[in-house]
Design a protein around this ligand. Structure first.
Ligand code: ADP
Ligand code: MG
Length: 428
């Protein structure tokens, strides 16, 4: 069935209050309406959410959205509900009674749009549970770069989404991300069963972002410059650092200089992180000082500057972080303060993230032999087989972020672990 152009325009205006689709959205929406599986690579702020929300509203198909962040899910769901669209969220952050209500809405089929985390979606029985009220008409994987096994933001639970799609009877899938190299796109498409010609790329260039790199001679000069830039720039902004220590230091200096600055990093309690994020989103904090833990999916349209105080780990990460500026289309500046010595920080992280090739190969070989012998593989068994200390094996599995995955499998197989160890992981 084809949806008439007029119906698209009318729904767009009446339900979402938008005048027209943006150029990048047109092709994706058309594919989704035709039931064609798609990977859409569009910059942050381009309006990827509408690419599944509009089709869902147009033909009422039940839509399952996998989203990596609770705050993000909650925001999107609340916005939909306020537009009269029956959406629910299912995640561990809900009070028991709210979760029960949401589950009931899914079971009865009242919830046309279901948001959940990859971890929950990966639980056994999840496919059967959502399919109880009928077929899922569209499966959406938001922030799909988390699927890329060689990427910095890989999340093991995302590996379960390909199997989930099959368990749901292969509904059309829409994967969404702001960044995917050709390799990453191939990995995402392969896992989800999206055909190679289903990749839609649009508009990486963002003319309202003004990029600048300033070379610095000393760490002290860099902090001084950061203070001056924050004081001299109007509007809200994010100051990114690579380390918690640097985040705390610059945060202290900014607050000392009278700036309304918040702090966000992975070592803070979840409660503190949430309250900092909420204050920033609400405009109570002008500046957020943060490590890369902050920002996945942040939809604050009026961020006027993103300042990198330390070198990010790579171009993909830089583009994601800097790309949070200027989502409203107004001018914004993205400044990187470059100190040569900061490269060492990233080199240190990379050395910790990627173990030496020999050790990885020993562990991989041990897993294969144990698997071939049909035995259950424990860390102890792998260590004995690989002739490495247990702690080392533990660390290698952990570094490859396979630990959770491996321990989740009760039947003793390491299939997913082996798969992730194949190929390029060995070359890093
Ligand atoms: P992304 O997920 O691509 O980063 P979002 O889906 O969060 O982007 O949308 C970014 C912003 O653009 C939101 O504020 C949204 O309301 C707005 N937007 C999306 N599509 C349109 C459109 N066709 N016309 C006007 N605004 C739009
Ligand atoms: Mg988004």
């Amino acid at each position: 069935a084809t949806t008439p152009h007029a119906a698209i325009g009318a729904t767009l205006r009446a339900v979402f209050g938008f005048e027209s689709l943006r150029p990048g959205q047109v092709g994706v929406v058309k594919r989704v309406l035709r039931g064609e599986s798609t990977l859409a690579v569009m910059p942050t702020g381009a309006g990827k959410s509408l690419c599944y929300q509009l089709p869902a509203v147009l033909d009422g198909r039940r839509t399952l959205v996998i989203s990596p962040l609770i705050a993000l899910m909650d925001d999107q769901c609340a916005a939909l509900v306020s537009r009269g669209i029956p959406a629910v969220v299912l995640h561990s952050g809900l009070p028991a009674s709210a979760l029960q209500q949401a589950e009931e809405a899914v079971r009865s089929g009242r919830a046309g749009m279901v948001f959940t985390s990859p971890e929950r979606a990966a639980e056994p029985g999840f496919a059967a549970f959502v399919a109880e009220a009928g077929r899922i008409g569209l499966m959406v994987v938001d922030e799909a770069h988390c699927l890329n096994r060689w990427g910095a933001s890989f999340r093991p639970a995302y590996l379960e989404l390909g199997p989930l799609r099959r368990a749901l009877g292969q509904p059309p899938v829409l994967a969404l991300t702001a960044t995917a190299s050709a390799d990453a796109a191939a990995d995402i498409c392969g896992q989800l069963g999206i055909p190679a010609d289903g990749v839609q790329r649009w508009g990486v260039y963002r003319p309202n972002l003004h990029f600048r790199v300033e070379p610095m001679d000393t760490a002290a000069a860099k902090r001084d410059r950061a203070l001056a830039l924050v004081a001299g720039t109007e509007g809200t902004g994010i100051v990114y650092t690579s380390t918690v220590r640097e985040a705390e230091a610059i945060h202290g200096l900014l607050v000392g200089a009278g700036q309304a600055a918040g702090l966000y990093h992975g070592r803070l309690a979840a409660r503190e992180r949430t309250s900092a994020q909420e204050a920033f989103m609400a405009g109570a904090l002008r500046v957020m000082v943060a490590t890369p833990a902050f920002g996945l999916g942040i939809d604050k349209p009026d961020i006027r500057f993103v300042l990198h105080l330390q070198l990010p780990p790579g171009l993909d990460a830089y583009y994601q972080e800097a790309g949070r500026a200027g989502r409203d289309g107004q001018d914004a500046t993205c400044t990187l303060l470059y100190l040569r010595a900061d490269r060492g920080v990233q080199q240190f992280f990379m050395a910790g993230r990627y173990p030496e090739r020999d050790a990885v190969e020993a562990v991989d070989g041990a897993l294969r032999r144990l698997d071939a012998a049909g035995g259950a593989a424990s860390v102890a068994a792998v260590a004995a087989e690989a002739q490495l200390p247990q702690a080392r094996v533990h660390a290698i599995l952990g570094m490859l972020r396979l630990e959770r995955l491996a321990s989740r499998r009760r039947d003793g197989t390491w299939r997913a672990g082996r798969q992730a160890m194949d190929g390029r992981a060995l070359d890093r």
